[in-house]
Design a protein around this ligand. Sequence first.
Ligand code: ZN
Length: 138
Amino acid sequence: MNIVKIDHIGVAVDGIEEAGQFWQQILGLAVTESETVESQQVTTGFIPVGDSEIELLESTMETGPIAKFIEKRGPGIHHIAFEVDNLAQALEELKSAGIRLIDEQPRPGAGDKRIAFLHPKATGGVLVELCERVDRCR
Ligand code: ZN
């Protein structure tokens, strides 16, 4: 597997609008893209920081995965995403190494990416996302 970089860090927030004020007014960063991923019951707001991004995650439903996360642990860091150059191949490698996956197959994510999550039980408690940029030729 070839990891290109830390693509983004996902942060669970109660509201992108309110949370965005800290990132925008205090840190001087900007939410440049917002997108709702209905299948995950989440609205995402992307904040570019150099070559990486912060991904703000706001639940669209009280029962969504982000709402459940905040209910249990409060708002905060939710996952770390690594960009890989070949997601399907990376998942095959992890499967053959016996690593527990949440997503066995790549699925569509926000920002024109294909993504897959590894199970936190297999990573020492960190929810790890692998993503592949569909718009990037390889
Ligand atoms: Zn993410």
